[in-house]
Design a protein around this ligand. Structure first.
Ligand SMILES: [Zn+2]
Length: 265
């Protein structure tokens, strides 16, 4: 029994050593919610963009939001996702019906979640995203990405979007060229719009007071798409801006830095 245990420990130690060596030879890392570049996969899929860099052909991958340090594999490449202390925020929603949902509202929210998921499931390969975003509204950030949310004292999912300050009616512009793939009035996010920027890059705009485009429209960077509002479940007017890439909600804050794409390649 004792001998067997030792053997198990030896095997575990050997496995850990091999894993560490693989990581040391091929170490890629980034922050929770970030986009990084890794060597392009040999089995290139048609929807995956590649870039020629001094380090070879690269492709972009998104790192999921994690609550602690994680080691993941993307396209056979080991990536360490570093946890960031994003902090927490506590909000009070006085309308209890928006916190503890009625059966009807829950059914509506579930149906809408499926609709949103479907809109995000198919990305155009006709549009090539530049990844050089501009801010959709000039407002300051009121709630950054990643904060652990507490609503009326109860822990909820982390805030995987960026809240930008703006008064009702402030114009929202397309931060990047895209196609309108969802327009609607939703339980949580109010008047909502989703843009497909191509190759798995999407952005969504929530709580708007007005929408200036329609389903299927192609919009250029800086075209007006809607107006800041306070529709859906909110504590006040603001733009809740979500960016999705490669299947994850990524941190929009870094995307609006000048020269973003070249900084990650
Ligand atoms: Zn928000």
């Amino acid at each position: 029994m004792f001998q067997k245990k030792i053997k198990t420990y030896n095997l575990l130690a050997l496995f850990a050593l091999i894993s560490m060596q693989t990581l040391a030879n091929d170490l890629f890392e980034g922050q929770s919610g970030e986009i990084i570049s890794i060597p392009a996969s040999m089995q290139k899929k048609s929807d995956v963009l590649t870039f020629k860099t001094s380090a070879g052909i690269r492709q972009l991958v998104s790192l999921p939001f994690v609550k602690q340090d994680h080691l993941i594999t993307r396209y056979h490449v080991n990536v360490k996702v570093n946890w960031v202390n994003f902090g927490e925020s506590r909000i009070t929603i006085s309308d209890e019906s928006k916190v503890t949902l009625s059966k009807e509202d829950q059914a509506r929210a579930n149906k809408e979640a499926i609709e949103i998921k479907e809109a995000l499931s198919n990305s155009s390969i006709e549009i090539t995203p530049s990844f050089n975003f501009i801010a959709p509204v000039p407002g300051v950030i009121t709630s950054p990405y990643g904060k652990q949310r507490f609503i009326n004292g109860l822990p909820r999912s982390a805030h995987l979007a960026l809240d930008l300050n703006g008064s009702v009616g402030t114009p929202i512009v397309a931060p990047l060229k895209g196609k309108v793939v969802l327009v609607g009035d939703y339980f949580y996010t109010g008047l909502t719009l989703i843009l497909d920027h191509g190759h798995g890059l999407f952005s969504s705009y929530a709580h708007m007071s007005g929408i200036k485009v329609k389903l299927g429209d192609l919009v250029e960077q800086s075209n007006e798409i809607g107006l800041v509002g306070a529709t859906g479940r909110v504590t006040g007017p603001h733009l809740h801006w979500t960016v999705y890439f490669d299947g994850n909600k990524v941190n929009p804050e870094s995307l609006i830095q000048e020269g973003y794409l070249s900084s990650i390649l």
